[in-house]
Design a protein around this ligand. Structure first.
Ligand SMILES: [Zn+2]
Length: 140
């Protein structure tokens, strides 16, 4: 039996989330080392993407597996208590992600979502970034 109220748990999880910026920093560092230049959290774009390269109109989001409901991912398991609460919350986040991606597409942007769990295999991640961003020699 879980005695933490949904509100309290939510507050705890929020704290964890703000402190745990690991995956985003990792992706940022890798993109920089690969030679791309980018902008962070552009407030003029839908969803304020984590990374954007204006020249190529490419936007990257780094998603926490739990908060954004990564399908079939071990890091996205919903706590056994308050299942409805979490499902609703995470479903809303996913709906927002989809809307954001759509809005960006309509503005002519390509969108790449990187899941937190994908940052564990740095080689694979680098390959994915290069495939999406193209040759790192031009300005992004
Ligand atoms: Zn995942």
């Amino acid at each position: 039996m879980d005695r933490v109220s949904p509100e309290r748990r939510s507050a705890i999880m929020r704290k964890v989330r703000t402190r745990n910026t690991g995956p985003e920093l990792l992706v940022r560092g890798m993109i920089f080392r690969l030679g791309y230049r980018f902008r962070l959290h552009d407030p003029l774009l839908p969803g304020r993407p984590d990374l954007t390269g204006r020249g190529r109109r490419k936007a990257i989001f780094v998603h926490g597996c739990f908060w954004h409901g990564h399908p079939q991912c071990q890091y996205a398991r919903i706590p056994k208590s308050n299942i409805v609460y979490w499902r609703t919350k995470i479903r809303r986040n996913r709906a927002r992600d989809r809307q954001t991606a759509k809005a960006l597409y309509h503005l002519g942007w390509e969108v790449l979502e990187i899941w937190q769990c994908e940052t564990r295999d740095t080689e694979k991640l680098a390959a994915k970034l290069i495939e999406f961003l193209g040759s790192p020699h031009r300005t992004l």
